[in-house]
Design a protein around this ligand. Structure first.
Ligand code: WT7
Length: 659
């Protein structure tokens, strides 16, 4: 970026925490002061939340930056912390997981039952020759065995690599190879959109290309016909027959816990490596602080898939280390009907809900009357993660789901950060719709210009993290150089400009408002340069979504002979909006004027396309790169991570007819 971001929108609405929630909150305002006074002491105190077999000698070793070691010399077992200790404390009968299958079948798993399953799985993995340090690939539907498999790996010190169950043979095989995995844990299939969706055939093909794999452990979920090879073992014939006795051994605080691959925009996927003590400390602390979890009374539900970092940190490790009771749902939000989420909230009396802006905008499109039909009074805190949440989607969430009562926590973080970094605290922060607000206690986030100088309030630039944090990635698996190049070389020491002050470059654009609150503006690769001004896709999208006829919008900068780049917007109208003929053309004109009025004439889109869907990755992020291909009339680039490839045909066809 040649110039820092133009700071266009100004949102003035603000919502203080509900009084009672503030009074009873787990974390109060003094946490910020405490952490600011002594950041390392603050994190050491949070590490005391866990049970350590051996206490650490040093809180942080940053003598070889950017390779951090946290709680050096300490030893603990993650599975013991997530399961055994709750049972030992007499909470074995407490429900750990209320599991809801897509077809409506259910399972209730207590902490005592979870201990049995994890112990049995740990014994089976050991029998299959898996030991500490070995890598295990997990390719599963959203069934309890997915969490059990992860915890069993952690229990014996094996490093898991969960691959999202929707990924292709190629994606799975590449990840198995990169990590040199010895075992795959999978299932025959899972239920999606009302029918069984097979997983095993993908595994069979990937394993055929993967000589490192010695065994494949298969859970029977759907009962689909499966091909069987010499490497395959049924879960119910091994794990469920194994001894439920297993003594967890402690591992070093820096023992590798998992690898999780992020695709990024270019190049081969990066294997993000997370380790043990620091990771569990920060996931446990943030889950308690950001959701104000009261383990005795709350029912927590995170709608993410276990294949993403949100599932790792906020379905498995954070909530279970805190002894939470949670809901886990197998399927899609529209099966059998578009009310499935609200039916689940009502049925289990969910009090803490964590979901993504893409889902919130989809629910907006489906209409207010759907959630209105349910009792959502159990909800206490609502969370959002994955993308910037547009102010109007935030307001919709607050009004239609939170019924104007519950705080919203917009949590910014990444696969690389391991845990939430920037977020309101529900009992402390007066929130602003669309802002993730400020860094959590113990975290140093900043917005800087090209020269790594902190921008003043009101300015925009790049989001960076200045100090190491406990759950930070330790490296990219097998590629320290890429780790340094990607995250630490843009600013500061990694770039060779000074000896100290290593600065982590997150890759996101951001601005600080007049109060210093942080507004995320999307990936810097997506920022548009229009007539010399850097303009954020997020702000233009939010302006579009603030129009009553719009449910969702995606904006790209397309090459333009006069302005350098011009803004092209793809807009999904709300369900009830007439877009035929003249009405559609009028809407188009209105929307362009609406953006000009909201953000200024510089942000007025050159062109708006009304479309039925947007191209998204399987984790729900809009693939602007593909829309840019369409806007610039190019053939489409790599579409392998696209959720539904038919979407692009629809959009491209529409684009041709308007030109
Ligand atoms: C990128 C990381 C963190 C778990 C899910 C995504 C975007 C994430 C927010 C938010 C604005 C957000 C950023 C970030 N992002 N949360 N609350 N507001 N943007 O993990 O796939 O590693 O993606 O997601 O661009 O860099 P991920």
């Amino acid at each position: 970026m040649s110039e820092t971001l133009a700071n266009l929108s100004s949102e003035t609405r603000q919502f203080p925490p509900p009084e009672q929630l503030a009074a009873d909150a787990n974390v109060k305002a003094d946490a910020y002061d405490e952490a600011a006074a002594d950041r390392l002491a603050f994190w050491a105190k949070q590490a005391e939340r866990l049970t350590w077999a051996k206490k650490w000698e040093q809180i942080l070793d940053w003598s070889n930056p950017p390779f951090a070691k946290w709680f050096v010399g300490g030893e603990l077992n993650i599975a013991y912390n997530c399961v055994d200790r709750h049972v030992e404390a007499g909470r074995g009968d407490k429900v750990a997981i209320h599991w809801e299958g897509e077809p409506g079948d259910t399972r209730t798993i207590t902490y005592a039952e979870l201990l049995k399953l994890v112990s049995q799985a740990a014994n089976t993995l050991t029998d299959l020759g898996i030991g500490a340090g070995d890598r295990v690939a997990i390719y599963m539907p959203m069934i309890p065995e997915a969490a059990v498999a992860m915890l069993a790996c952690a229990r014996i010190g094996a490093t898991h690599s969960v691959v999202f169950g929707g990924f292709s043979v190629d994606a799975l095989a590449t990840r198995i190879k990169d990590a040199d995995a010895k075992l795959v844990i999978t299932a025959d299939g899972g239920y999606r959109r009302g029918k069984p969706s097979a997983l095993k055939p993908t595994v069979d093909e990937a394993v055929a290309q993967s000589p490192s794999i010695e065994n494949v452990l298969v859970v029977r979920r759907t009962g689909q016909e499966v091909a069987w090879t010499g490497k395959d073992k049924w879960w119910h014939e091994t794990v469920e027959q194994a001894s439920p006795e297993h003594k967890a051994q402690a591992f070093d605080s820096e023992h590798p816990l998992f690898i999780l691959y992020t695709s990024g925009t270019t190049g081969k996927p990066k294997g993000i490596l997370h380790t043990t003590g620091g990771y569990l400390t920060q996931t446990s602390y943030t889950h308690n602080a950001v959701f104000d979890l009261k383990p005795e009374t709350d029912v927590y539900w995170c709608t993410a898939d276990i294949g993403w970092v949100t599932g790792h940190s906020y379905i498995v490790y954070g909530p279970l280390s805190n002894g939470a009771t949670q809901v886990m749902y197998e399927g899609t939000p529209d099966t059998p009907g578009r009310d499935r989420f609200w039916q689940i909230v009502d049925k289990y009396k969910v009090s803490l809900l964590y979901t993504a802006p893409t889902l919130i905008r989809t629910m907006m499109k489906w209409g207010d009357d759907i959630p209105a039909g349910y009792d959502l009074s159990s909800l206490r805190v609502l969370g959002s993660v994955g993308e910037p949440i547009n102010p109007e989607a935030w307001m919709w969430y607050r009004e239609n789901i939170g019924r104007n009562r519950t705080p919203i926590v917009d949590t910014w973080w990444q696969t690389e950060t391991g845990a939430v970094m920037i977020s309101p605290l529900p009992g402390v922060t007066a929130t602003k719709p669309g802002s993730a607000m400020t860094a959590l206690p113990g975290i140093t986030a900043d917005v800087v210009d090209d020269q790594a100088q902190s921008v003043p309030n009101g300015g925009g630039g790049f989001l960076v993290l200045r100090d190491p944090w406990p759950s930070m990635l330790r490296t990219i698996w097998g590629d320290d150089k890429r780790f340094i190049d990607t995250y630490w070389s843009r600013f500061g020491a990694g770039a060779g400009s000074s000896d100290e002050g290593w600065i982590y470059f997150a890759g996101d654009g951001a601005k600080k408002d007049d109060d210093g609150a942080i507004w995320l503006l999307g990936r810097v690769d997506d920022v548009m340069l229009v007539s010399g001004h850097n303009i954020s896709t997020t702000e233009v999208e939010s302006a579009l979504v603030s129009h009553p006829s719009v449910a969702e919008a995606a904006v790209v900068g397309a090459t333009d002979p006069t302005t350098g780049q011009a803004i092209v917007a793809f807009v999904i109208p709300r369900g009830n909006v007439d877009t035929s003929g003249d009405a559609g053309e009028q809407l188009n004109v209105d929307l362009r004027n609406h953006v000009a009025k909201t953000l200024g004439p510089i942000a007025k889109p050159r062109q708006i396309m009304l479309v039925p869907e947007l191209p998204k990755t399987r984790s729900g992020k809009i693939m602007r790169r593909l829309l840019k291909d369409v806007a610039e009339h190019r053939s489409l680039g790599d579409v392998t991570t696209l959720q539904d490839s038919a979407v692009m045909d629809l959009i491209s066809a529409g684009m041709k007819t308007t030109k």
